[in-house]
Every structure is written in structure tokens, then in C-alpha cells.
Design a protein around this ligand. Structure first.
Ligand SMILES: Nc1ncnc2c1ncn2[C@@H]1O[C@H](COP(=O)(O)OP(=O)(O)OP(=O)(O)O)[C@@H](O)[C@H]1O
Ligand SMILES: N[C@@H](CCO)C(=O)O
Length: 326
């Protein structure tokens, strides 16, 4: 259950009163998500037509100093008519307000559902959406360093003691040490950079049929290699939930869709195997850290790092063939 902060109906009404969205009709806590607290809000609307919004309270993982970047990126991308929710600004023009010492933002509600098992045409649309983000963000003025890059993966894994890692899987400590060295040694330095989403998992994409109706949760967005974002998406969408059963057709469809929006260069294609291993390592590092450090009685369901160890293994073994048609 991702509602960490308690807000009463009066608290939410008082917050909503700062916005030109009418009066509160209902507020329901949203169970999905692990990082922030979210509510689905319904109001009477600014012109008397009931309207829905997402109210987000930013918890520890989202730094207050990064919020202007994230929220102005939403506004930039939604102004390009893409499926990205805009930030509702309050009557003073502010994109977020402070509630009980935490930042709160009202975000446009978008229709659609998250797809668990995509079919080919849906995967093409998801790939195209990643390419669209990169293209639409070209004239976005902001920049944010990726604070979850290779140095951070090493730091997080360094905070996971050997015994705890071995309890997850006996081979994990040595495997991660070796793969971390390999990935850092092979990590590219000069690929084209872009604003990237960096976490475009199925739960961050809303769809109706084959149409992407919502790209959400830009709270890891940053400036990094465009092809790394594609690798993250490929890793997140092309396997079964536990990281086995690689689906080459879905992986290929994601790349095909991406190239409808933005063509990959030769060097980007060549780098995909190492970028995908890095993508797998990024999620192993955060998941292993959380697995070991989250108290057993915490409200949140921990995510299994082994789901991405299997992906890491696959990309390391398959190399370039993971990205080629059958
Ligand atoms: N703009 C939106 N329109 C419609 N539904 C949304 C929107 N934003 C969030 N949601 C819903 O709220 C849920 C949680 O949102 P989100 O994924 O942003 O939470 P989070 O805790 O920040 O995520 P994560 O677990 O990926 O860190 C989503 O799965 C989706 O169902
Ligand atoms: N998408 C991430 C969680 C949020 O970053 C994961 O599945 O580990």
C-alpha cells in the first residue's frame, strides 16, 4: 500500500482549496507504487464538470530540490501533446505545495491501464513512446545528472554485506562483483545524450488497446544516454515477471517502435548489450539494497533482485543476439 502519509478529508479539502479545480468530492488512496503516496481525487471541477486528479505526496526517495525539474518536465512534455500528465499549478502559480513538511503536487489524471503481458503492437507503441520522449525533450531547458548511474550501483551494492547478499542467492556476491567490474570497464562514454525516463516499466505506462495514453512516474528522469533508456525499457518489457522467458519478438518490437521516432546510430546499437546489462544492474542494486535494508514490518512489498539477475545473465550470455531479429 503506497500511502505513507496520513491526510484526513479536511486536510485534502484544504489543500485542494489552493487550486482552481472546484471542491473535493472524493479521495481514494492508491495501492500501487512504492515510492510516494498517491490519491485519486475527484473534484467538482473549475467549470462545474467533475474532474479527476492524482494527488502525490513526495516521500523520502524524491528530493525536494529535484521536484522543479521533474514537474517542469511533465509540463514541457504535455505541452507537446504527448501522453504525459501536466502539473496543475495552484492559484499562486506554484507547481507544488508543502503539506506536513512534505511536498505535494496535483497531477492531471490520465486514462488507461497498465499492461502486464504486452502483445507485439503494444510493444511497438511503447518503444515509440520512449523515442517520442527523447525527441520531445530536445528543447527542454532543464538537465539533471543521473544519480543512479554505475558509481551509485557500486555504492549501493557496497552497502549490502556479503552474507545478506548470499542469503538471497549463494552465488550473488561474487557474480555482482565480477559483473560490476565488467560493466564499468565496458561502459560507453560518448553516446548521444537526452532527457531520459530511466524507469519505463509496464506499471509506468497506461494504455488503451495499442495506444499509449499515459507515461507516468518521471521521478527518476535525468540526462543520460538515450540508448540506456531504450535498454531499461527493453529489460523491463521483454521478459516474464521473474526475468526468465526472454521474448525476442517483444524486444524487437520495442526497438522497431523506438526507431519510428528516433534512429539508433551504429555505436548505440553496438552498445545495447552493455547498456542492458547496466540497466539490469541498476535494478539489482536498488532492489538488493531495499531487500536487505527494508524492515520486515514495512508497509511496502519488496521487489526481488533475482528477477534482474536473470536478465543480467541473459544479456551477458546473448550479447548482440538479444537485439537482433530471429
Ligand atoms: N497521472 C496519472 N493518471 C492516472 N493514474 C495515475 C497517474 N499517476 C499515477 N497514477 C496511478 O497511481 C499509481 C502509482 O503511481 P506511481 O507509479 O507514480 O507511484 P510511485 O510510488 O511514485 O511509483 P514507483 O513504485 O514506480 O516508484 C500508478 O500505478 C497509477 O495507477
Ligand atoms: N521500477 C523499479 C522500481 C522503481 O524504480 C523496479 O522495478 O525495481
Amino acid at each position: 500500500m503506497a500511502v505513507y502519509t496520513h491526510l484526513s478529508a479536511d486536510d485534502i479539502s484544504a489543500l485542494i482549496a489552493w487550486y482552481d479545480v472546484g471542491d473535493l468530492i472524493s479521495a481514494k488512496g492508491i495501492a500501487e507504487g512504492v515510492s510516494n503516496s498517491n490519491w485519486l481525487i475527484e473534484t467538482t471541477g473549475s467549470s462545474g464538470v467533475p474532474s479527476r486528479f492524482i494527488l502525490t505526496i513526495y516521500e523520502e526517495r524524491t528530493k525536494l530540490s529535484d521536484l522543479p525539474f521533474f514537474l517542469s518536465l511533465l509540463d514541457h512534455l504535455s505541452s507537446k501533446n504527448g501522453p504525459v500528465p501536466r502539473t496543475i499549478h495552484d492559484r499562486e502559480g506554484q507547481a507544488f505545495r508543502m503539506v506536513e513538511g512534505k511536498a505535494a503536487a496535483l497531477i492531471e489524471f490520465l486514462p488507461g491501464v497498465s499492461i502486464d503481458i504486452p502483445h507485439h503492437d503494444q510493444a511497438v507503441s511503447v518503444g515509440a513512446a520512449v523515442g517520442w520522449i527523447h525527441d520531445a525533450a530536445k528543447d527542454f531547458g532543464g538537465a539533471r545528472e543521473n544519480d543512479l548511474g554505475p558509481a551509485k550501483w557500486r555504492e549501493l551494492l557496497g552497502k549490502c554485506d556479503r552474507q545478506s547478499l548470499a542469503r538471497i542467492d549463494a552465488a550473488l556476491p561474487d557474480l555482482l562483483a565480477r559483473k560490476m567490474d565488467e560493466i564499468e570497464d565496458g561502459w560507453p562514454t560518448d553516446l548521444p545524450r537526452s532527457i531520459v525516463h530511466a524507469d519505463l516499466f509496464p506499471d509506468n505506462v497506461l494504455m488503451l488497446g495499442t495506444q499509449v495514453t499515459g507515461l507516468i512516474d518521471f521521478y527518476f528522469a535525468c540526462t543520460d544516454f538515450a540508448a540506456y533508456d531504450l535498454a531499461v525499457t527493453h529489460a523491463a518489457w521483454s521478459f516474464g515477471p521473474d526475468g526468465s522467458n526472454f521474448n525476442r519478438a517483444i524486444g524487437q518490437a520495442i526497438i522497431t517502435g523506438y526507431e519510428q521516432a528516433r534512429q539508433l546510430s551504429r555505436s548505440e546499437r553496438d552498445a545495447l548489450p552493455i547498456l542492458a546489462q547496466g540497466a539490469a544492474m541498476r535494478f539489482i542494486a536498488t532492489r538488493a539494497y531495499d531487500w536487505i535494508h527494508t524492515p520486515a514490518d514495512a508497509l511496502v512489498t519488496r521487489k526481488d533482485p533475482m528477477d534482474f539477475v536473470r536478465r543480467l545473465d541473459y544479456y551477458g550470455t546473448a550479447g548482440q543476439t538479444a537485439f537482433q531479429p530471429r
